[in-house]
Design a protein around this ligand. Structure first.
Ligand code: ZN
Length: 389
């Protein structure tokens, strides 16, 4: 599926998307007519109605009309959660239905799965407040045809797309691998407002709890980018933590190359959203990282959005962070995944259907974010640098 942008001009932000937003979920819609995604978005951004949404998706492509760091008027709940904090997705061709609508639903499911990976929402959140229908926000019977045909069927397609994109084994979780004692422990600070605790080192393990205090915790064992809590509560993903002490880790390349929440950085480029590919000259040349969205094109949010989103290429200087050492790989580079590759950086087996193909590097790992890996755009998965050429 192709994803393109036809963004609302900033002169219309006051009508279409007046508030800044850090997305907390997704609201699903059907358009109730038979226009293509391009035509839907073109109409939406040119009229002056206080009606807007972030994406329309049809049988060919997803078209983004509103930046993801701004709200949109689609959920019918005023200044409630749906309008103020969720990404609105319209699935096209629902008036007449049929094959073209079902193809649009499949593309819509893929778009939702990609956004889930981008924002760190796991499949357990499908059908909860985080990922739900317009109906759940304000009672309107929307997405009408998807509801008619069974919302669980649609959610199952989203689950399947998420599994494909994340390379997770489905549906049976693997038993926990034998632990590799590292012999040392270290402190991390949680950098996200909600971090799941799981029974093993991967998202395929069951969730047993959630840390919401952004506190400091002791990790006593490390596997890839997962750490085991000293308390015995389970494992957490270290991508959403920043390490506090200077102790050694069993991982190679422990230099603090990545950026962290709270770091002051100097920039020479900026983007209006975490997904945007249009680099702009920043009006303000420095700021503080207030959020990190791993896997996004532009993962670092500066000053809660008052400056915008940046990526490693935009950052020309940082507090205590040295410039990343050259890794031999760069964003945008095309690489082939070796057939000898065995596992993703996240620990799951790589299906053979994925191997031997050429992909685009979306992000080069550094710091706590898979320092040995690269994120491949087409499969939205981290693989080891040694497994690509
Ligand atoms: Zn709707």
């Amino acid at each position: 599926m192709e994803i393109i942008q036809m963004l609302c001009p900033s002169s219309k932000y006051s009508i279409k998307c007046p508030f800044g937003m850090t997305p907390q979920g997704i609201t699903i819609h059907n358009t109730a007519n038979d226009a293509s995604a391009k035509n839907e978005v073109s109409y939406m951004i040119t009229n002056n109605n206080q009606v807007s949404y972030h994406y329309a998706v049809d049988d060919v492509r997803a078209v983004q009309g509103i930046p993801l760091d701004r709200n949109a008027w689609h959920a019918g709940d005023g200044r409630g959660f749906g309008n103020m904090q969720t990404i609105g997705i319209e699935i096209c061709y629902s008036k007449s239905g049929g094959d073209r609508f079902h193809a649009a639903e499949i593309n819509g499911a893929e778009l939702i799965a990609r956004l889930m990976l981008q924002f760190g929402w796991g499949p357990e959140l499908i059908g909860t407040k985080t990922i739900n229908t317009h109906q759940s926000r304000s009672g309107k019977y929307c997405p009408h045809r998807t509801l008619d045909e069974g919302i669980e069927n649609f959610y199952n397609i989203v689950r399947q797309k998420y599994a494909e994109l994340s390379g997770q084994p489905q549906p049976t979780p693997q038993p926990a691998p034998a632990p590799t004692p590292s012999g040392d422990s270290y402190l991390v600070r949680i950098t996200t407002g909600a971090l799941n605790i799981r029974t093993g080192p991967g998202t395929n393990y069951d969730i047993t709890g959630c840390i919401r205090d952004r506190g400091v915790y002791t990790i006593v064992e490390t596997q890839g980018n997962w750490g085991r809590l000293k308390s015995g509560a389970g494992w957490i993903c270290l991508d959403y933590t920043s390490r506090l002490d200077g102790g050694s880790t069993p991982e190679p390349a422990p230099q603090p190359q990545g950026h962290y929440v709270g770091e002051n950085v100097t920039i020479n480029g900026v983007y209006t959203s975490s997904m945007s590919t249009k680099r702009l000259n920043p009006a303000v040349k420095s700021g503080t990282i207030t959020k990190i969205v791993n896997g996004a094109n532009n993962p670092y949010l500066l000053n809660n959005g008052n400056i915008g989103w940046v990526n490693d290429d935009c950052i020309v200087g940082g507090g205590s962070t040295p410039a990343p050492a050259p890794s031999g790989f760069s964003k945008g580079q095309r690489v082939t995944l070796k057939t000898s590759a065995d596992r993703y950086c996240t620990g799951q087996k790589i299906p053979s259907s994925i191997k031997g193909k050429t992909y685009t590097i979306m992000q080069v790992g550094s710091g706590n974010t898979h320092p040995d890996g690269v994120l491949l755009q087409e499969i939205m998965s981290w693989v080891y640098k040694s497994d690509v050429q």
